[in-house]
Design a protein around this ligand. Structure first.
Ligand SMILES: [Cu+2]
Length: 231
């Protein structure tokens, strides 16, 4: 009996995907909110000449992401790819350009992109905790078999996130504030991980060296590879 209930829920999620992936007639006034569900989509385009691209959708209701899916291709193959929703009250909430390459090394690292896409508000991993605390737990992010993957996760709750820049609250954004911003089209999906030299692994000894986020991780594991705004 339990299995049947799960199946029904699964079909529900599939229906939501079908709705969000389907092309809406250009002329119709399709309300963003259908019975409280806000459907958002994003076209992911490459950063750092990664060659990656993809599509994402999210169905958000209140402070919950009921379903989120990412279809990515052209990524460094057979490697884990950290992926997040980024958002900041004081960020542009757009994808960055190389103009933000502050140190002029020709690569856009994750921190350099923050003025554009803001800090991490949700970790789009495959199991367990989805808060920003998990943003670099590479063992729980999707692996790009032959450079692509289809990711789907349901029922992610937004949480309060420090550093999202709301004045008067020590920079803390509440779950409600962040959820509203994402529903309003200000969330940015970022996929990380570029094996620049194509030697098959992310290496600390490669020319890019250590990540600016964590000296024990290669920059190849954390540099942004694709980006798109959920609108
Ligand atoms: Cu990210």
């Amino acid at each position: 009996m339990k299995k049947n209930i799960k199946l029904v829920l699964g079909l529900g999620a599939a229906a939501l995907i079908a709705v969000s992936m389907g092309a809406a007639p250009a002329s119709a006034h399709v309300p963003k909110s259908v019975r409280g569900n806000v459907v958002l989509t994003a076209h992911l385009t490459e950063l750092n000449n990664s060659g990656a691209s993809g599509k994402a959708f999210a169905v958000v209701r209140g402070e919950t992401i009921r379903a989120i899916g990412i279809r990515a291709k052209g990524l460094s193959p057979d490697a884990p790819h950290a992926q997040h929703i980024h958002y900041g009250e004081q960020a542009l909430n757009e994808c960055p350009t190389l103009a933000l390459d502050k140190n002029g090394d020709g690569r856009l690292n994750t921190v350099e992109g923050v003025p554009a896409y803001g800090p991490v508000v949700v970790s789009l991993n495959t199991s367990g905790d989805t808060t920003p605390a998990s943003f670099l737990d590479v063992s729980r992010f999707p692996v790009s078999k032959n450079g692509s993957y289809n990711y789907l996760r349901t029922n992610i709750r937004f949480t309060d996130v420090a550093g999202t820049g709301y004045p008067g609250a020590g920079g803390l954004g509440t779950a409600a504030q962040i959820a509203e911003a994402i529903r309003d089209g200000e969330g940015v999906v970022v996929i990380h991980g570029i094996d620049y030299d194509g030697n098959g692994t992310y290496n600390l000894s490669d020319p890019e060296g250590a990540s600016e986020l964590d000296p024990t991780l290669p920059a190849e594991a954390t540099d942004p590879a694709a980006c798109g705004v959920l609108r």
